[in-house]
Design a protein around this ligand. Structure first.
Ligand code: GLP
Length: 256
């Protein structure tokens, strides 16, 4: 999964060196970031003109906090490649509460000023959330403050010293911000994502499963491992689609 995702991105970066990427955090994309770092160190892939907008950040949180998404991105990716600091945008977890609405509007404006998102990579929460768009998020939402669900707080709590330390809010791109991206790539791995992935791909479009909103988009690539794909009713057909695309449409694109 990670290798396929990194290969896809590397090709797109070579094609458009100043590409605008929407990037996720979590355990799922870690392998993809590792592969991209290797492509930089061993294959000379340059990120010097790539522009980044991260999907989300906890609120409130300091960028120096070991569990902040800011720290995650610099430790796992940005700090290991030649990315330019001024090209990195991560929602701030330190905006004064009274300024949040204005700040979120400015995040949207910054994306627009860069010409919009070219490719946005997503993970998926067990409850089907994308970014921090929890179930019930408006399909037309933009960047804003979201209150996290108990499920997300306890899932993400493994990384904090105690549950009480997990921030209860996040600033996240909205569903419509994500859908404005020209291409979306969703990564899913492991059996605890199987149900959410099946609902997202094969269920009805509903704000109860935010990832199901991707069905409204015209160019989504989903890369899942076997376990995450296990609850798909049409798994056989999806595999056939993959085989045919890699043979006739994208030869050599995802796998060596
Ligand atoms: C968090 C992030 C999401 C991520 C999700 C799943 O809630 N905000 O962007 O997709 O966790 O994380 P993991 O990949 O660790 O399962």
């Amino acid at each position: 999964m990670s290798e396929a995702a990194a290969r896809f991105l590397a090709e797109e970066i070579k094609r458009k060196p100043d590409i605008v990427l929407g990037l996720p955090t979590g355990a799922t994309p870690l392998g993809m970031y590792r592969e991209l770092v290797t492509a930089h160190r061993e294959g000379g892939l340059s990120f010097s003109s790539v522009r980044i907008f991260n999907l989300d950040e906890y609120y409130p949180i300091s960028p120096r906090h070991p569990q902040s998404y800011n720290r995650y991105m610099w430790d796992n990716f940005f700090g290991r490649v030649d990315i330019a600091k001024e090209n990195v945008h991560i929602p701030s977890g330190e905006v004064p509460a009274r300024d949040i609405i204005k700040y979120c509007e400015s995040y949207e404006k910054d994306i627009f000023a860069c010409g919009g998102l070219d490719i946005t990579i997503l993970g998926i929460g067990r409850d089907g959330h994308i970014g921090f768009n929890e179930p019930g998020s408006s399909l037309s939402s933009k960047t804003r403050l979201k209150t996290l669900t108990q499920e997300t707080i306890s899932d993400n709590g493994r990384c904090f010293a105690s549950l009480s330390e997990v921030p209860k809010f996040a600033i996240t791109m909205g569903i419509s911000t994500i859908l404005s991206s020209r291409v979306i790539m969703l990564l899913a791995s492991g059996r605890n994502k199987a149900e959410a992935l099946a609902k997202a791909i094969e269920g009805p479009v509903t704000c109860e499963v935010p990832a199901s909103s991707l069905q409204l988009h015209k160019e989504v690539v989903i890369i899942a491992d076997e376990e995450a794909a296990n609850a798909l009713k049409r798994k056989k057909y999806h595999k056939f689609v993959e085989k045919m695309w890699l043979k006739d449409v994208w030869p050599g694109m995802l796998y060596k």
